[in-house]
Unconditional design. Structure first.
Length: 215
């Protein structure tokens, strides 16, 4: 551990803050469905979890969800605020499918402000974000989409972990070697109307080719 400094919270007791600490922080993204049948639903949920090999509770975590996949397939992404989040930011949806600037956090300064039990990393992945993804079905959605927490363009990816035993806070940035990004892929199965449009397009192309051969 290195770069030890002192941190005052709300004018109360002082606590050590360690940046670039030895250890590992892992982001995981879980989709409610790995294959989305657009004949049945036009939305699904992405849940983001954090695991840590040290400390006891997450003080705060921030990240971006970066999208790659079918263009114009994502109509909106709506975050939900978790019960233990008191200092975070809900971020904003981007029309290219990204979601930027999300963060979740709490004030920890025992014995006045104790960590919420839901933020405990002791043997558990901690839920740090829930996002409802709405598809834009007018675009004939099909193909595979991928979201990742890696390389957030708004500079997010910071995690601060509190150790209840020592009273220390350990802070990581996305670029630190100990931070492992999460990613998830979701496959969209098109609605019959979309398949019909694709089928008509194929027939038109076929007829044009046959017409050319006759000449």
């Amino acid at each position: 551990m290195k770069n030890i400094c002192m941190k005052a919270m709300a004018g109360l007791a002082m606590a050590s803050v360690v940046t670039g600490a030895d250890g590992q922080v892992t982001f995981n993204i879980v989709a409610s469905q790995s294959i989305v049948d657009t004949t049945v639903t036009s939305s699904f949920t992405l849940s983001v979890f954090v695991e840590a090999t040290f400390g006891t509770h997450i003080e705060n975590a921030g990240f971006d969800l970066l999208y790659s996949g079918p263009a114009l397939a994502i109509g909106d992404i709506s975050p939900g605020r978790l019960p233990w989040d008191t200092t975070g930011s809900l971020g904003s949806f981007q029309t290219n499918g990204d979601f930027l600037g999300y963060s979740i956090g709490q004030v920890i300064n025992p014995p006045v402000f104790l960590p919420d039990p839901a933020s405990s990393v002791l043997g558990n992945p901690v839920l740090v974000g829930n996002f409802i993804v709405d598809l834009d079905l007018f675009g004939g959605v099909f193909g595979t989409a991928v979201w990742s927490t890696a390389g957030g363009v708004s500079g997010n990816g910071a995690v601060s972990i509190f150790d209840q035993t020592t009273g220390n806070f350990m802070q990581f940035r996305q670029a630190d070697p100990g931070v492992i990004a999460g990613s998830v892929s979701v496959t969209f199965v098109p609605a019959p109307s979309s398949l019909g449009v694709l089928g008509v397009g194929g027939l038109v192309v076929g007829r044009r080719r046959r017409s050319l051969l006759l000449y």
